[in-house]
Design a protein around this ligand. Structure first.
Ligand code: ATR
Length: 276
């Protein structure tokens, strides 16, 4: 194999459903770049061995998806601050000295999606409500705090997971009960769903939304369907909304740029390709 052609991959256990290969191949074609980006399924027990072997085969890095993001962070030799605080890695760079460098670009993807989707919105103007306290929530909270959101009302069905995130992120987080989170919508400037609720084939999000007021920015990390019930209701109320597919696209940008040498654009065309 020609070592000058970059090879990268996405590692998980169900990578056949990953949209990343299509995204990377689209960008390579778009910018006339040579390279390969392939899906690789690997079980947990073989993750470390695989990660140590891939550089020897000419791979320059990988994206990591469920369920390996936490273990990938543990295996890595060097970890960025943002990956450490999120507790998971989604982008691994295989350095020429043999070390594995782990980063997490989910929060970056979340922020860039909002900046692109609501360029004039003032995120510092009031509190945010964040629904969910899983892996995605950590990246979202880190991103919101970095954007200057003054306070986050964090709510999760399983309260102790939210309490854990309060310990991680500190006093700007206030944990609120899942059953009463609707009461906090009225005073919120931003609302984010980080749970899988509302995803096609999953349980609907049943939070009462009557408290939503026009002007609150509402976003959902679920993007199948693109317009979730949450976003539909928000739009009817007069809220600006940002759908979730851009987060997936933007989180891939740093890895693509690093491995294939060109910073790709997140355009309407690439959105359509991924949604097709
Ligand atoms: P991810 O890494 O994608 O965030 P996760 O860590 O499994 O996945 O988190 C999923 C989130 O969706 C959690 O906040 C979860 O709530 P629990 O911590 O109580 O499990 C939330 N979630 C999933 N199914 C839910 C349901 N039926 N009702 C309420 N919340 C749900």
């Amino acid at each position: 194999m020609n070592a000058s052609i970059p090879l990268a991959a996405v590692l998980g256990t169900s990578t056949e459903v990953s949209k990343s290969p299509r995204l990377f191949q689209y960008w390579m074609r778009e910018y006339g770049l040579l390279g390969h980006y392939i899906p690789i399924n690997v079980e947990k027990a073989r993750l470390e061995q695989t990660l140590r072997t891939l550089p020897e085969l000419g791979f320059v890095g990988v994206n990591v998806t469920v369920p390996h993001k936490e273990l990938a962070l543990e295996i890595a030799d060097i970890v960025t601050d943002r990956a450490a605080i999120i507790g998971a890695a989604n982008t691994l760079i295989f350095r020429t000295d043999g070390k594995i460098h782990a980063d997490n670009t989910d929060g970056y993807g979340f922020t860039q999606n909002l900046v692109q989707g609501a360029p004039d919105f003032d995120f510092t103007a009031g509190p945010a409500v964040v629904l969910g306290a899983g892996g995605a929530s950590r990246a979202v909270i880190a991103a919101l705090l970095e954007m200057g959101v003054p306070k986050i009302f964090l709510s999760n069905r399983t309260r102790h997971r939210a309490e854990t995130l309060r310990t991680v992120f500190g006093a700007r987080i206030e944990v609120v009960e899942w059953v009463t989170v609707g009461n906090f919508l009225e005073q919120s400037n931003v609302v984010v769903n980080t749970t899988s609720l509302g995803m096609k084939g999953k349980t609907p999000l049943r939070v009462p939304l009557d408290g939503l007021r026009p002007g609150t920015l509402v976003t959902d990390i679920v993007y199948t369907p693109l317009e979730t019930d949450l976003l539909k209701t928000a739009r009817q109320v007069g809220c600006p909304t940002v759908d979730g597919v851009g987060m997936l696209l933007h989180q891939a940008v740093p890895g693509f740029e690093r491995w294939f040498g060109h910073r790709p654009e997140v355009t309407e065309d690439v959105r359509q390709v991924i949604l097709a």
